[in-house]
Design a protein around this ligand. Structure first.
Ligand code: PMV
Length: 354
C-alpha cells in the first residue's frame, strides 16, 4: 500500500564554471587535477527535478531503478550511479544501527525518477544537476544529517561538476590533496544574494549530444597535452585566488577577464591534446566576437563568455547592461530571447544567475 512508500522530491540547478575543472588525478573517485569555481544558475530556467522513493513492497528482483526523462536507465552499467547509491545507503545504515526504531529504508529497493528541462549531455552541465539532484533526493529520503559540503563528496563520484550543484551562488570545489578524496569538497564562497545583479544568458548553439564526453576528453588531455601541466599547476591556482577576490569585491571586470581567459585556456588544452578536441564551432566563435564588440562599445568589460565541453555559450553580465547584451544578441541573431529559433537553428535563453 501507499503508506509503505517513502518518498522525497527535490530540484537541483545547473552550475556553469568560470574556472574550469578539466583533468582527473583519480578517475574512479573523480578527484580533479585542479580546483574549480562555478556560478549556480537560477532554478527558474535550468534544473533537474528528482523523486527518490523506496518501499518494502518494491520487488527485490527489480533492484534499484533509475528513470531519466521518462526512459529507464541501466544503473548496473553506471559505476558512478552505483557509487553514489552505495555511499548514501551506508550513511542511512549508520543511522539505523544508531537508532533501531528507525524504518530499515536502507534494505528497500530504491526508485529514482529524474527530469531535466534542458537538453541532456549537450555541454549544458546536465550531469551536474542530475547527480546533485539524485544525491539530494536520496539524502532527504534517508533523512541524512550531512551538510551539503559533506554530500558534495558523494555527488562528486557521480560527476565531478555535480559536487558544485548542491549549493547556490558562487561555489568553489577544492581539489584537495588526499588520495581517498576526503578533502576534495565543494563549498559556497558567496550566496547568490551577495551579487544580485549577476545574470547569465545561454546561447544554445546545438542541443546535440557532445562529440567527446568529458571523461574521455579529460583523459586525452591529461595524457597528451604538454600545455596541461602549466594550466593545472600554475595558471588555475592563481586564477582561483583572483576569482575569489573578484567575487568578494563584486569586481565584474576582473570576474569577466578571468572567466574568458579560463574558458580560452581550457579550450586551448583541448586543442593541444592528441588527437585534438574541438568543442567550439563557428557560432561559438561568433559569440566570442560579439562579446568582445559589446565590451568595446561599452568602453569597459560588461560581459563575459564561457564554454564547457560543447559549443553552447554562457554569457555572464550585470543587470544594468541587460538591454545592451540581450539587444546585441537579438539584433545580430534576430528573434526573441526565450526559446528563439534563429538562422543557425540556435536558441537563446535569458536566465538569471544565482
Ligand atoms: O562533471 P563533468 O565530468 O561532466 O565535467 C565537467 C567539465 C566542464 O564542464 C568542462 C568544466 C566544469 O568545471 O564544469
Amino acid at each position: 500500500t501507499d503508506s509503505n512508500v517513502f518518498r522525497a522530491t527535490t530540484t537541483a540547478p545547473v552550475n556553469i564554471a568560470v574556472i574550469k575543472y578539466w583533468g582527473k588525478r583519480d578517475a574512479t573517485l573523480n578527484l580533479p587535477t585542479n580546483s574549480s569555481l562555478s556560478v549556480t544558475l537560477s532554478q527558474r530556467s535550468l534544473r533537474t527535478v528528482t523523486t527518490a522513493s523506496c518501499s518494502p513492497n518494491y520487488p527485490a528482483t527489480e533492484g534499484d531503478t533509475l528513470t531519466l526523462n521518462g526512459k529507464p536507465e541501466n544503473i548496473q552499467a553506471s559505476k558512478r550511479t552505483l557509487a553514489c547509491l552505495s555511499s548514501l545507503r551506508a550513511l542511512r545504515k549508520e543511522l539505523e544501527s544508531a537508532d533501531p526504531s528507525l524504518p530499515k529504508l536502507s534494505s528497500y529497493p530504491l526508485r529514482v525518477v529524474s527530469e531535466n528541462n534542458f537538453p541532456t549531455a549537450a555541454g549544458l552541465a546536465s550531469s551536474a544537476a542530475g547527480f546533485a539532484a539524485l544525491v539530494r533526493a536520496i539524502a532527504d529520503l534517508y533523512e541524512l544529517p550531512q551538510s551539503p559540503t559533506e554530500l558534495s563528496r558523494i555527488a562528486r563520484q557521480g560527476s565531478g561538476s555535480a559536487c558544485r550543484s548542491l549549493q547556490g551562488g558562487y561555489v568553489a570545489w577544492r581539489a584537495g590533496v588526499k588520495e581517498d578524496g576526503s578533502d576534495s569538497l565543494a563549498e559556497e564562497i558567496a550566496p547568490a544574494s551577495h551579487w544580485p545583479e549577476m545574470r547569465a544568458l545561454i546561447l544554445v548553439v546545438s542541443a546535440e549530444k557532445k562529440d567527446v564526453p568529458s571523461t574521455t576528453g579529460m583523459q586525452t588531455t591529461v595524457s597528451t597535452s604538454p600545455l596541461f601541466a602549466t594550466r593545472a599547476e600554475h595558471i588555475v591556482p592563481r586564477r582561483m585566488t583572483g576569482m575569489e577576490e573578484a567575487i568578494t569585491k563584486r569586481d565584474f571586470a576582473a570576474f569577466a577577464d578571468l572567466t574568458m581567459r579560463d574558458s580560452n585556456n581550457f579550450h586551448a588544452v583541448c586543442l593541444d591534446s592528441e588527437p585534438p578536441i574541438f568543442y567550439l564551432n563557428d557560432v561559438s566563435r561568433a559569440a566570442i566576437r560579439l562579446v568582445n564588440d559589446i565590451n568595446r562599445l561599452a568602453g569597459k568589460t560588461v560581459a563575459a563568455y564561457t564554454f564547457d565541453a560543447g559549443p553552447n555559450a554562457v554569457i555572464y553580465y550585470l543587470d544594468e547592461v541587460s538591454e545592451l547584451v540581450g539587444g546585441t544578441f537579438k539584433t545580430i541573431l534576430g528573434g526573441e530571447l526565450e526559446g528563439w529559433e534563429g538562422p543557425f537553428g540556435d536558441r537563446l535563453k535569458g536566465v538569471s544567475a544565482g
